[in-house]
Design a binder for this molecule. Sequence first.
Ligand code: N01
Length: 519
Amino acid sequence: MPPAAPATPAAPVPTPGALPDHVRVAVVGTGFAGLGAAITLTRDGVDHVVLERASDVGGTWRDNVYPGCRCDVPSHLYSFSFAPNPEWSETYSPQGEIWEYLRRTAAEHGVLDRVRFGHEVLELVWEDERQRWRVVTSRGTLTADVVLLGNGPLAEPAIPELPGLDRFAGTTFHSARWRTDHDLRGERVAVIGTGASAIQFVPAIQPDVAHLTLFQRTAPWVLPHTNRRITPLERAVYRRVPAAQRLVRGLVYWSRELFATALVRNSRFLERLERIGRRHLERQVADPDLRARLTPDYRPGCKRLLLSNDYYPSLQQPNVEVVTEKIVEVLPHAVFTADGTEHEVDTIIFGTGFRVADNPVAERVRGREGRTLAEVWGDGGARAYNGTAVTGFPNLFLLAGPNTGIGHTSLVVMIEAQLTYIRDALRVMDETGAATVEVRPTVLAAWSARVQRRAARTVWNSGGCASWYLDRDGRNVTIWPDHTFRFVRRTRRFDAARYELTAPVEQPPVAAATTGVVD
Ligand code: N01
């Protein structure tokens, strides 16, 4: 099949300059989080560098070029509040437009010359005696007073360890590493997984492949999609009257927050949603047997709600088979399932999601006591105060960190709130002369307990499904279990009293009042 069309480059990406020896702030990644951070730091005149392992900006919107990829959050909200885009062509944007938006926004805000492309961060080590981070990259080492981790929770593909996979003679790839050079036309293709990615690329590739075997472990809730083209008139209005677009953004935001009430309280409203999902299935799938296999057995919202009008129809095409039997083994030319069937295939595509709870970047960050983030989180689960700060890791701020994920609205809202908070933290450091800030252990423990208590009531915890939102111990370590405006409110100012501030070594102590420990 023809390769997915990535965005036409909107802005030239400069060749990387030399790596500085030392910076005030090192930012990791150039998705919404990393670019948002770079824009904020540039505006504030903060000395910084941005480390990006790839050769272009864009994060997940650069990496996910699979056919049919688009955002399932409306574009007017899924964008920076300070950089509205009146030119969105559809209410839910295709991947290429979002990637182009990020490239253009980065260029317009003059942040590209601070980005060092092809620099993968291999190790981040806190040097306590020097009060700074040693940042080891694939192309050299630097030090930084402060590190902002914007590596992204959905950046590391998860590929299941299926017995025999290494002996498969055909092609395999993950949806986030789509082989645009691989022609699927006329092939027998296996797709493993039926999450947000698969339901987008299955209808897109189905017409071209000879046969598609879809391996479904758990049926997703699929709701009707309301995407539509944005008319030239609307675009002209947004261009000339920016307040009109802000109004639409606000309406989208508040309607999503209203909806969040149902998810957060696991309320009866979800039964209505269930009826909508069932009706969608009944309308689109005539065969009762297939319909039964596509019917979820948990509350809608427990896993991400999926939007599609073409997923179910594509599954009923003569060249598609939905297999719900467990995969036992991969043979050189087939996928072998528990019922004893060999499903012969040429290519296997993994739509199996990402390493979120066990993100490998956590193994590369070593804190004050010599332990890695992964080790600390391995004991009690991933946690960060305000999704941002971890005890034992001074001057480290996580963007889109634990429990800042979102099941109902735009992650960009959360990222911008975190940037406000971090920006204020840097201001406090400057004003007090503090060399380090580190969240107090009691504060983090209380925060984590509160988040888990709150999460227990939500549909993500008690909706009757297993999902990547929960870690191995059933803790919700990913989703913000509340309305986003509450997160925005609590991150408006850096609450220095909840942190330990230390003065630069060999300098007088910091004057800031930092004694009171709060919840
Ligand atoms: O991954 P997923 P995704 N054997 O983890 C199945 C965002 N996103 O890439 O449900 C068989 O949702 C697994 O089965 P089960 C969005 O936040 C956003 O689709 O665990 N099957 C599931 O069906 C989303 O939540 C957009 O039983 C196996 C699938 O693989 C996140 O990315 C678009 C298996 C994984 O689903 C991830 O979505 C796309 C195994 N061993 C993605 N292991 C937007 O539009 C896993 N599965 C913004």
